[in-house]
Write a protein that binds this ligand. Sequence first.
Ligand SMILES: *Cc1c(COP(=O)(O)O)cnc(C)c1O
Length: 462
Amino acid sequence: MKKDLLKKLPKVDYLQNVESLKKIKEDISNYDFLQCIKDSIDKFRQDILQEEIKDFTQVQIIEDIKLRIEKKSKEKIVKVINGTGTIIHTNLGRSIYSKDIGNKIYNILTSYNNLEYNINEGKRGDRYSNLEKLILQVTGGEAALVVNNNAAAVLLCLNEFANGKEIIVSRGELVEIGGSFRIPKIMEFSGAKLVEVGATNKTYIEDYLEKINENTRILMKVHTSNYKIQGFTHEASKEEIAKLARDKNLISMEDLGSGNFINFSKYNIVNEPTVFQSIESGMDIITFSGDKLFGGSQAGIIIGKKKYIDRLKKNQYLRTIRIDKLTVAILESVFEIYLNKNEAVKKIPTLKMITETKEEVLGRCKVMSNILSKFKIEHRIIETKGNIGGGSMPQEEIDSYGIEFQMEKGSVLEKLFRKNKLSIIGIIRNNKFILDLKTIQENDIEDVCNNVFQIYKRKGLI
Ligand SMILES: *Cc1c(COP(=O)(O)O)cnc(C)c1O
């Protein structure tokens, strides 16, 4: 009995050529395709041996392999549709780029380039020099350097200027970002000693002054990106900290978190401090992320006084956190857009999504709604609240609109959409599945609708 069943197990060669499997094998590598087939045969063999099954059909094995292929195809990095309304979604890759930037990157990626070659002089060049020039043009800073991410930027600065020495930070600013970046931990790694001053809610410039001694090197300010201390609060201003550092021959430094260049109050959004304000305040060094509000790629951007940036450029540690050509190309493109700030809010997707009116979102909702209606998919347009995310402006909700799907429980649809060939990630509210159109791009709408149609059809919902 067992023997007969084992004999019935199809061969790998045979399964490899089953039409319905060949159709989807492109979604994964050939190696993984074979592995899925082998794993499936193995599973059935085990089930037979342990008498878990008394019989099976070819179709069952093929379906099992299909599921394995689908699962495998979702493990590698793929495009997903962000229907959550969270603009800088850290799990979904934070900021996205415009098609223009995409085209430029495509060319850089598929050809050689002048990353470290000075074309004008025909000799070795510097990978950072043009990017640095652009950063200075946009920000008015004295000198700049770009590293792998903001956490690395902070670490590099602390290591260069305060290794074995002391850094003073307010107790209200000892932040943890995304569960893995903790200011106190970063300080420990850098070799610097953290000296906390003030209370959680109130810190005055005198508190910093009191703790300065011959071991102090840096007075540091950290932007509390992902939380707000409310009520009776006080913090020493950037200007006060910069001045005190100057008077005492120390370095003032600010970890700005989300590098913001835009005055958002124009758009009825709570104002987030800008990079310009920090530079004007007289801070010696500021650092921020490249892929939060700035809207570029993962990077840590350091702007500061030339004498300090020159020292950072010589730090041996820099080599371990340097950026690659992709990052150089993306950041150059994004900084070029920032040369014209009115363009930036239109051309940088992150900023466009933050500053567009809710009527524009409603427009996208209507386009989607029309297509869904043609497919006879029950839904309605509802008001939603999007948010900025990425630890930026934690309390800021942005008025938005979304599509609420009427059929089926929210949790059922959520899973079907998420596991679809084109993953569509949405939210569940009041047991209904919702796609927030704030974060769905206009040119994806048709594709999303077609996929929704396929999902409904497959499940016999229409
Ligand atoms: C996000 C953030 C960081 C970490 O930046 P990464 O670019 O993600 O490394 C550090 N400090 C603050 C204040 C932040 O908001």
